[in-house]
Structure formats: C-alpha cells, structure tokens
Design a protein around this ligand. Sequence first.
Ligand SMILES: NC(=O)c1ccc[n+]([C@@H]2O[C@H](COP(=O)([O-])OP(=O)(O)OC[C@H]3O[C@@H](n4cnc5c(N)ncnc54)[C@H](O)[C@@H]3O)[C@@H](O)[C@H]2O)c1
Length: 338
Amino acid sequence: MTLDRSHDSKDNSEIHTASVLVTGGAGFIGSHLVDALLASDNRVTVIDDMSTGRQSNLQIENDQLTLIHGTVGEQLAFQEPSFDYIFHLAAAVGVKLVVDEPIRTIETNVLETSAILRFAAKNKTPVMLASTSEVYGKSEALPMQEDGNLVFGSTEKSRWSYGCSKALDEHLAMAWYRREDLPVRIPRFFNTIGPRQKGSWGMVVPRFVAAALSGKPLIVYGDGSQTRCFCDVRDMVPMLLDLIKTDDAVGKAVNVGSDTPITILQLAELVKNTLNSNSTIEFKTMNEVYGDGFEDLQDRQPDLTRLHSLIGTRTKFSLQKTITSIAESFVISTGNEQ
Ligand SMILES: NC(=O)c1ccc[n+]([C@@H]2O[C@H](COP(=O)([O-])OP(=O)(O)OC[C@H]3O[C@@H](n4cnc5c(N)ncnc54)[C@H](O)[C@@H]3O)[C@@H](O)[C@H]2O)c1
C-alpha cells in the first residue's frame, strides 16, 4: 500500500494499495490517520461506535472508505479477516471520562483489544495497538523509557484504571506476539493535539483555545507547574505510518510524541498570546475538578531514543502553529466548539 510517507524515514520500501481497518477511526487521531491512508490510495474500513467520535471527521463521500457504526467486538463478527493492516485506536479516552465512567473505560479498553487481537491472529495481520504515556502511571523516572517500571496508584483511585487497562492491553498484545507470532506494534502516545480534538473530556489544549477565543478564563488545574510534551497529530500520523512498515518495531512498545516539555501555566500564556486573547488565567485545584483525592503526575516526558532509531526524527508543527490550527478549526466548525 502507499501506507505512504517515509520520504525521510529509514525504511523507504513502498507498500501498495492495501485494505486497512481502523478502529476508532472517527475519533480525533483516528480520523487524521484515515485521511492520510486515503490520500495514499488505500482502502479503509472504519469501525466506530461514535461514543466520542464524529462522522463529520470523515470523508464519507470517498468511495475508498467504508464506515461501520458499532462497537469493535460486535462488528468484527461480520468482517472477513482479510485486511492487510489493522490500527486499533478505539478506546475510552480522557481523564475526565475515565474518572466519570470507569466501568466503560475498563471494559472498552480491555475487551475490545482482546477482540481485535483474536481477529488479527486469524491471518496474522499486522496490528498496531494505540497505547499511552498513562501506562507509566506516576513514575518519576524521567525521561520515561519503554523498559522502565510502570507505577500505578491504588485501585481506590479510578484515575489509574485507564493506564492499567492500556498496560493490560500491552501485555495481551505481547503475549499474542510471543506465543502466536502475531506482528503487533505498540506505540505509546504522549499528549497529542490538533484540529478535531474536543475539550469536553478534559483535554487541556482545546479547552484553553476555546476559552481564549470566547474571552472566558483559561482554567489551569493545579498550580500550573506540571509539565507535559505536546505533539501535533499531523506529525504523529506519519510516525505511525512509518512504524507499521518497520520490522524492528514488531513486538515492542515505542514512545511516540514530542519530548519538549512546557508547564501548563506557560501553555495557558502561550495560547493567550498566540490568539491575542484578553482572557484571564485562573486556577482550580485538581480535587475541585476531578473529586477528592485525585492523583496526578507532575512531569511527563518521553525518551524518544527508540522511536528515532526505528524511524528517524522530524516534526513540522510548532506549538504556536498547532494552537492557531485548532483555533481556526473551532471558528470554521461551530464558531466556538469545545
Ligand atoms: N489524544 C491523546 O493525547 C492520546 C494520548 C495517548 C493515547 N491515546 C490513544 O489514542 C487512541 C485515539 O484517541 P483519541 O485522542 O483520538 O480519542 P477519541 O475519543 O477521539 O477516539 C476514540 C474513538 O474510539 C471510538 N470508540 C470508543 N469506544 C469504542 C468501541 N467500543 N467500539 C468502537 N469505537 C469506539 C470513539 O467513538 C472515538 O471515535 C486511543 O486508543 C487513546 O487511548 C490518545
């Protein structure tokens, strides 16, 4: 397939027009991936239950795209296992969603992943499983390395259920790789941002952009000294397309994202300045937002050595450029969507 990309990747092999299944393809990252796959002449099937995804994220008029509404486990029963590649992105995502709906989070993330791995194993279809920096839990070992320890808090804090569920997914995928030779690749996404991401489930950048555009206060959770690294989805998708073609990425977790940290307070200031906004910056405690006893981690930064050794390194989008794109997409879509 022209799962195309790789002009500057280490692996320049072309793969020609393929049939690709993308679960969660109507979501934020999934829909950008689908766009890239379609642009390279692949045939794409999306399974999405639209719980957080939107049909409007997809080019439904494109006859190379098949959109199937429904949950992964349910819909796989009607599919032939004839795909050339599978990207599994369907998940319950977002700290607020996880805290509000822990049963849905755990069941979606574990059961749907189990179903997709079993399906992929029928033909040993290469499968990419979207994991997350949340698997590092509250590890303080910086930068976070793929072979480092995963440090979760108590099961009394539902916040950790997301990271735990994704860690279990990783274990399951690795077991299929080791026991059944299933070619699995496990990118651990760090904070990913860009057009189409919604702020309603606690995602900080779209929340700040929406507030800045409407002149409302930008609400910083905590004291704003916590650091994160943000990667534009349009930089991330090419990395995924390179990784799925890279043999050495099979059977490995790989950190994917940016390794440039920024404090959340600096981020709020950057959003205000980039958008020339007169909004104020205000603070709320984590407990006010997420309930008593909420645990967060202070700093999160990936070690990207493994990623760079597998596919090289390049990014195109500065944080300002991404903030501007998100603002433009809000203005175009709803006037001020969050
Ligand atoms: N956005 C980030 O910063 C980030 C960071 C780390 C990991 N991830 C991972 O990337 C993937 C995509 O995340 P996103 O940010 O695009 O979120 P998203 O919520 O926009 O996308 C998830 C998609 O999955 C769909 N979905 C959920 N449950 C489903 C089910 N049972 N069956 C079918 N479809 C289902 C949703 O409707 C949505 O379209 C997820 O696996 C997430 O864990 C994202």
